[in-house]
Write a protein that binds this ligand. Structure first.
Ligand code: ATP
Length: 356
């Protein structure tokens, strides 16, 4: 039988004179101000990265900027991204965020939810990884009104995508030395779609006998996450469950402003804040937490192979949050976004070991 997943050749990442070119999509709401902080911190950390900034107008029905953004990511291989709003009322204008992920075939989203010691939160010492199928499921964007007053929405689950995300998840558990993978589903009700996703992960589990595999119904998973989150190690799930569970876990450890998420396909990668919020209500007030987007920048540097620069920024973030306790209002503090960024830059400038 021919394997469903064909081996593909990775496309090289853009590198000119030792510097990486990456696409920057600031998005809307707090996105542009947070990207400004990323550029500032990268400058002081000496990160060898140049940004190709592309603004997509959320009010426009014209998709030429979106197409330019996709071409740019294909050229550079890598992007950092804020959330793009879809303001058009027209059902013909689809979410640009979903369109970008689908067009680039970024089939997996990873959210590493690790507590920052000393940051006020509902739960401490959380260390959970959520691996989410990122391109289909409930986000297939196939909705229609079949007759007046009856709307149908398709949830698409394919064997090939379920298989490659499952294989990615088991490889991730193995590579990172973690212990257990839990498949989250609702196969008791959605017997065909979630049934296929669950059966596929059980099938792939047989190739990884050293990894413990179990499964849990999504409803119970949400309850367990609130009452006993420390039982979880790595979780894998379809798209919408992934979005909801990611938000639950981020809420447990400090909210939308801390964690970053990674989107991977076979060829391209996009880094962004973990909960993908726009933050329209807090834009321009100098109160948005800059950490989630800075962590997206750290993830991107690691992906590009600039580990020393990534470590430098990571340590400066940890010192600012956990030791100095410079916290924005979402974490119960009174610091401005710029206070947090300034302290991070101070730590970078004082660091003993600088990569340049
Ligand atoms: P909208 O498009 O209406 O902005 P959304 O789904 O993107 O909606 P938000 O309302 O933007 O979600 O975000 C959810 C909550 O998280 C809000 O209370 C917002 O203020 C908060 N939030 C998001 N990002 C940050 C951040 N970086 N710092 C502090 N709070 C944040």
């Amino acid at each position: 039988k021919t394997p469903l997943i064909k081996k593909t050749t990775p496309i090289p990442i853009a590198l000119y004179g030792g510097r990486n070119a990456v696409t920057m999509l600031p998005g809307d709401g707090i996105g542009p101000e947070l990207m400004g902080y990323v550029r500032e911190v990268f400058k002081y950390a000496g990160a060898p990265v140049d940004f190709e900034v592309i603004d997509i107008d959320p009010k426009s029905d014209d998709n030429s900027e979106l197409e330019y953004a996709i071409t740019s990511i294909k050229r550079n291989g890598v992007a950092i991204k804020g959330n793009i709003e879809t303001k058009s009322e027209s059902t013909l204008v689809l979410s640009r965020n979903v369109a970008i992920r689908n067009e680039l075939d970024l089939y997996v989203n990873i959210l590493h939810c690790k507590s920052y010691p000393g940051v006020p939160s509902r739960q401490q010492d959380i260390d959970i990884v959520i691996i989410r199928q990122n391109t289909e499921g409930e986000y297939a964007m196939l909705e229609h009104e079949s007759v007046d007053g009856v709307v149908e929405s398709m949830k698409v689950v394919t064997q090939s995508n379920s298989e490659r995300v499952a294989r990615f998840a088991f490889d991730y558990v193995k590579r990172t030395g973690r212990k257990r993978l839990t498949t989250i589903h609702k196969a008791n009700i959605m017997k065909l779609s979630d049934g296929l996703f669950l059966d596929t992960s059980k099938k792939i589990a047989k190739e990884y006998p050293e990894i413990e595999h179990n499964d849990m119904i999504i409803d119970n998973c949400c309850m367990q996450l609130v009452s006993n989150p420390h039982q979880f190690d790595v979780m894998i799930m379809t798209n919408l469950y992934g979005s909801i569970v990611s938000n639950v876990v981020c809420g447990l450890i400090g909210g939308a402003g801390l964690l970053s998420g990674k989107n991977y396909g076979d060829h391209y990668a996009i880094f962004e804040p973990g909960t993908r919020n726009t933050g329209t209500a807090i834009a321009g007030k100098n109160i948005a937490n800059p950490i989630a987007m800075l962590n997206a920048g750290v993830d991107m540097l690691e992906h590009l192979g600039h580990q020393q620069h990534a470590n430098l920024i990571k340590r400066a973030i940890e010192k600012t949050l956990c030791e100095d306790k410079i916290h924005t209002p979402d974490l119960g503090g009174t610091a401005k976004s710029t206070d947090v960024v300034q302290r991070i830059i101070d730590h970078i400038l004082q660091a003993d070991i600088r990569p340049w």
